[in-house]
Design a protein around this ligand. Sequence first.
Ligand SMILES: Cc1cc2nc3c(=O)[nH]c(=O)nc-3n(C[C@H](O)[C@H](O)[C@H](O)COP(=O)(O)OP(=O)(O)OC[C@H]3O[C@@H](n4cnc5c(N)ncnc54)[C@H](O)[C@@H]3O)c2cc1C
Length: 421
Amino acid sequence: MTETADVVIIGSGIVGSSVAYHLAHAGCTNVLVIEREAHQGKGSTGKSMGGVRAQFSTPVNIQMSKYSIDFFAKFDDVVGHPADYRAHGYLFCATNENHLAYLKANRERQNALGVTNVEWVTPEDIVKMVPQLRVDDILGGTFCPTDGFVDPHSVMMGFMLNAREHGVRLWLDTKVTGINVDAGSADVSSASARRSLAEENDSALAGKAEPFRLSGRQSRIAGVQTTRGLISTRVVVNAAGAWAAEVAKMAGAELPVEPLRRQLVPTEPFDRLPQRFPMVIDMSTGFHFRREGKGILLAWNDPEETPGFKTEFDPTFIEKILTRAASRVPVLAEAEVNPRRAWAGLYEMTPDHHAIIGPAPNVEGLYFVNGFSGHGVMHSPASGRVAADLILHGRSELIEAQQLNVERFTDGRLLEETAIL
Ligand SMILES: Cc1cc2nc3c(=O)[nH]c(=O)nc-3n(C[C@H](O)[C@H](O)[C@H](O)COP(=O)(O)OP(=O)(O)OC[C@H]3O[C@@H](n4cnc5c(N)ncnc54)[C@H](O)[C@@H]3O)c2cc1C
């Protein structure tokens, strides 16, 4: 017998899990999540640094962060599982006037959008937070005390466990191999299609109609082929992380998301830095670091990295990052590093480094929640909420969701975020 679901989510990382949670909490529980791995978290979620911050430059990223950080602060109570949110802050350190002007403009925007706790800090303030930092070339910076870290694995598991408690099903060890579409129902404009879907679903949720019917567009989702057989559904959520473009292609849709390797280096236990200090960002190089247990976690975005599914750690990266680390924090020259404990994972990059959230323009019933470009953990609460809103109601009160739709790349509405870590 063919399995059926109102919504099939492809990918059970932190994003797919959040979408499942938010759908279930909006009353849509006939949801099936498909994961090809035997365990959750084997994609980018399990490789993440776990940083969360509201210190962004574009309004949409600031809004997504604000919702998400507020959510992380109450996660344990609301979701019933721990997120391990630690509000240790993010400290941006500026070394030239351009950096200062950039931080000032960002802070004004953040303040206007309700993030009112970003503080200006002087080199003296910075030394108080991290006495070992070299500040001779630092002009100042910003510090937001509610930025910090979460445990990505715990957040993902919390979302999924809660969703499953509400009836969502999860199939592990099951690969999606194809997506079936019905060709050519009436091609109505996407705006009117979304409006009528929203109206139908609003009344469906109030018990007045068949749930989740969609209006006609170019082609229409009919089902999902998996290694465990066919699933009949009208709604598919692409939450396949760095592999999202190939999943989109299965339905005949284009998605500008490409994988980019990102590498992290933990030190062995190191007590020459404070037990508690913020994520520190050296704006002169992009090097940043935070405490992770007894050691320090070192991160740097290598500008020479090229796109591709490269998940092997490159040992030559260690020297590159240690040079930057020792230059900003001289005591780190004494830290020991075991290359076997370093790791690499994939960012899911879009051309403007913002997520793509919304319906596919040419495949009715296909939704993208992809391309987080390094922010998928911190934005997982907001992206799950916005995706669920769009699927069920065609709009979201959280953000003006149209700014994140995939049509922005063909319409020339690209967003510009320069605070990428
Ligand atoms: C080194 C590193 C550090 C990072 N640091 C941060 C950070 O500090 N803060 C932050 O917010 N973000 C960070 N990120 C980014 C963040 O980890 C990602 O944006 C986020 O995890 C994306 O989640 P996801 O659920 O979309 O993808 P994933 O976790 O990759 O999940 C996608 C899932 O889809 C499954 N899948 C794919 N194709 C199929 C198929 N055909 N059938 C079935 N299943 C399929 C995969 O197996 C996978 O489990 C970091 C990333 C890396 C690599």
